[in-house]
Design a protein around this ligand. Sequence first.
Ligand code: NDP
Length: 350
Amino acid sequence: NKKVILKNYVDGIPTETDMELKMGDTIELKAPKGSSSFLVKNLYLSCDPYMRSRMRDFHGSYLPPFLPGQISFLILMQRIEGFGVARVIDSDDPNYTPGELICGITGWEEYSLLRNSNELQLRKIQLDDAIPLSYHLGLLGMAGFTAYAGFYEICSPKKGESVFVSAASGAVGQLVGQLAKLNGCYVVGSAGSKQKVDLLKNKLGFDEAFNYKEEADLDAALKRYFPEGINIYFDNVGGSMLDAALLNMKVHGRIALCGMVSLQSLSSSSQGINNLYNAIPKRLRLEGFLQSDHVHIFPQFLEHVKEYYKEGKIVYIEDMSEGLELAPAALVGLFSGKNVGKQVVRVANE
Ligand code: NDP
């Protein structure tokens, strides 16, 4: 059972060498009797920016850190974990039958023994010819849900409003922009390469897009695209982009603080925010959120987004890496913008 482990705790941006592919042990492809567990074959793994918070030696978060390799006596528990799509192979849990497909937290390994301890993190999924299975990690998974919950529950969008999205071509951003367009908004996205900017304008239906790496002055860039100001900023990056957006918000604007992927280290506070004062005269609402607080609308999200996709009203871009051995590179690529769209790793064929 090949698996990817964390070698050492990381503070700052993880690198490929912080992880290691281990050949693992030979395992019996059976769920032990009396264990109430079930064995799955992992098919697709999701790479998500939040995973770096589990690579830190920090126990105060809502998820515990991964166990790094140097704690050798706990070898069986060492593995990186994240969302995945998997097929049940054997089961000692009457609720799971061999052959069924699931989406939930699984190990970065070929086979995982799972236990349904948290219903919210595990759901059964059906094959649907119209929707790729891996989309349960992106469009129909945590990333898509973050876009949906963040946009509708936090941003309070109204038709005709102006919306700015950062990391706009990524797993979350690309859906935020498309939902905003369906909502009758004017939408501009920022991204880190010409290829991504072209996708935003030509494939994802954004009204405008720009490469923030080519802008010496982010405030001036936002003024160019929003001469009358921004109603909604969906912030995926934090840092200097958030600071520039604060200068360009309209009165009563809303900022959804979704993520701060630009932070070099999660133990520092947001670097370089000088313009927060604007929140007062402009009566801005800045709200941080976690998608997991909105699970009550998950069924509604699935229904709406599946329908939009099947009707051709939205598209979704995925970046697929082939093989478990490429998973560390795929994960660290998120922090330099290597991924074009939702980053997924194919571990085995369906
Ligand atoms: P993406 O698919 O967007 O991948 C990350 C992207 O971030 C990269 O492609 C890159 O795009 C951009 N990026 C990387 N480093 C920097 C930097 N230094 N400055 C600016 N941009 C950078 O990831 P997701 O869509 O999965 O996640 C987007 C955000 O949403 C993250 O901050 C994540 O933590 C957050 N999130 C929050 C959740 C919640 O519940 N609040 C749940 C899920 C995600 P580019 O090339 O354009 O720079």
